[in-house]
Design a protein around this ligand. Structure first.
Ligand SMILES: Cc1ncc(COP(=O)(O)O)c(C=O)c1O
Length: 364
C-alpha cells in the first residue's frame, strides 16, 4: 500500500520498559495505553508489555477497555474517564476497574452484587477529575463503612511534574500524603497507591508509592525539555512516507499553497505521500526537514492534507524511497521532541495525531 507508515518497534518498547523498571527499582508499572497507546496501536503495545509481566493497564474511555478485553487482555484495566451509569454492570461483568472521581458518583457504585472495582481519584491540584480535597475525609469514611464499595486503589495526577520548577508538584505530593494519612487513621486498606507519571519518574523518582502510571517514556520520548534526558530510551514509532514524484525545477519556482516557498536554486522537488490528515504536523514546514540515507532535506512549502514536498537538492533519490518524518531507522534519527519544540507543540500531540490512513507495521 502506498502512503504513510508507522513502523512500531516493539523491541524498543520493551527496552524502554526495562529501563524505566530499573529507574524505579522494580516498582510495578501501570502502562498507560489510552488513545490507541499514544498512536502506537493499543492491542499490540499491551500484548508486548503483558508478555514482560505488566499486569496493570490504563485507558481513558470505557470502549478502549472493552477493545482490550475483546482482544483477550485479561490483566487489570483502569478506565480514567468519569463513569456513567450504563458502564457499571458491564464493568463488573468484564472485570474492568473504574474511576471514582466525584462525590456524586458514590451512589452509582453502591450496588449490592455487581458493583465494579474502582480506584479513587483525588484532586490535589490539577483541578480536572478528582474528589475535592476538602471532601476526601467524608468519602474515605463512606468507603470504610460500605462493603459494596470496592475501592482497590487511590491516586492523583500531577500538573507540573515534567517542569524544571517542582514546588507545585511538591505541594500536590504533600496534599496526597495527607489523604493517605487519613486513610491510615481510618484503617482503610487500599491495595494500589499511584501518583507518578513520566515526568515524575525523571524529576522525582523517589516518590513512586506502589504503582507508577507511565505513558510517554514507554513510547521512547521525553515528556518535556525540562527533565533529565540521560535515560537511554529509544523511539518506538518510526513515521515515514514514500516519495511518489520527483521533478526538476528552476530557481524561483513556487511550491505548494500560497506560493510561500520558492526554490533558492535549481533543484529536485520530491512529493511525499503523507499529509496533515495522516497526522503530519502541518506547521513543521517552516523550518522542518525529513531524513533520507543519513542526510536531512528541507520541507518545501506548506504541508497539504495528503502530501508535502521536499527540496532534495542534488540528492540521490528515487520514486519509492521512504523518507523518515520522525523516529529512528538504520541511517537517520529525527526526535519527535525536537519537532514539538520547534513548532511549540508537545510529543503527546504529535504522536497521538498519527492515525487515519497511516499503516501501522509492528516489528518485534
Ligand atoms: C491520569 C493520567 N495518568 C498518567 C498519565 C501518563 O502520563 P505520561 O504519558 O506523561 O507518563 C496520563 C497521561 O496523560 C494521565 O492522564
Amino acid at each position: 500500500m502506498v502512503g504513510p507508515k508507522a513502523i512500531i518497534h516493539l523491541e524498543n518498547l520493551v527496552h524502554n520498559y526495562d529501563l524505566i523498571k530499573q529507574q524505579l527499582n522494580g516498582t510495578p508499572i501501570m502502562a498507560v495505553v489510552k488513545a490507541n497507546a499514544y498512536g502506537h496501536g493499543a492491542i499490540a503495545v499491551t500484548e508486548a508489555l503483558r508478555s514482560k509481566g505488566v499486569n496493570h493497564f490504563a485507558v481513558f474511555t470505557f470502549e478502549e477497555a472493552l477493545e482490550l478485553r475483546a482482544a483477550g487482555i485479561e490483566e487489570d484495566i483502569l478506565v480514567f474517564c468519569r463513569p456513567t451509569k450504563d458502564m457499571l454492570a458491564e464493568a463488573a461483568a468484564r472485570n474492568i476497574t473504574l474511576n471514582l472521581s466525584a462525590p456524586e458518583d458514590i451512589p452509582l457504585f453502591n450496588m449490592a452484587d455487581s458493583s465494579p472495582r474502582f480506584h479513587l481519584k483525588v484532586d490535589t491540584g490539577m483541578s480536572r477529575l478528582g474528589i475535592p480535597f476538602d471532601t476526601v475525609v467524608d468519602i474515605l469514611q463512606q468507603i470504610k463503612n460500605n462493603d459494596h464499595l470496592k475501592c482497590e486503589g487511590i491516586y492523583s495526577h500531577y500538573a507540573t511534574a515534567d517542569e524544571g520548577e517542582l514546588s507545585y508538584a511538591e505541594y500536590q505530593l504533600e496534599q496526597f500524603n495527607q489523604v493517605l494519612q487519613v486513610a491510615e487513621e481510618l484503617d482503610l486498606k487500599i491495595k494500589h497507591i499511584h501518583f507518578s507519571n513520566s515526568g515524575t519518574v525523571l524529576n522525582m523518582p523517589q516518590t513512586s508509592f506502589n504503582l507508577v502510571r507511565v505513558g510517554m517514556l514507554l513510547y521512547g520520548a521525553f515528556p518535556s525539555d525540562e527533565v533529565p534526558t540521560n535515560m537511554r530510551i529509544k523511539p518506538v514509532m518510526e513515521f515515514k512516507g514514500p516519495v511518489v514524484t520527483l521533478r526538476e525545477v528552476p530557481a524561483g519556482t513556487k511550491v505548494s499553497y500560497g506560493g510561500v516557498w520558492e526554490a533558492p536554486q535549481d533543484t529536485i522537488i520530491g512529493v511525499i505521500q503523507a499529509g496533515f490528515a495522516d497526522g503530519f504536523p502541518r506547521s513543521w514546514y517552516v523550518d522542518g526537514y525529513i531524513g533520507l540515507r543519513g542526510k536531512n532535506y528541507p520541507i518545501a512549502g506548506r504541508v497539504c492534507m495528503d502530501q508535502f514536498m521536499v527540496d532534495f537538492g542534488g540528492a540521490d533519490v528515487r520514486v519509492g524511497d521512504e523518507v523518515l518524518i520522525f523516529g529512528q531507522n538504520n541511517t537517520d534519527t529525527i526526535h519527535v521532541e525536537d519537532i514539538a519544540q520547534a513548532i511549540d507543540s508537545t510529543s503527546y500531540v504529535l504522536l497521538t495525531a498519527i492515525g487515519g490512513r497511516t499503516e501501522r507495521i509492528f516489528i518485534n
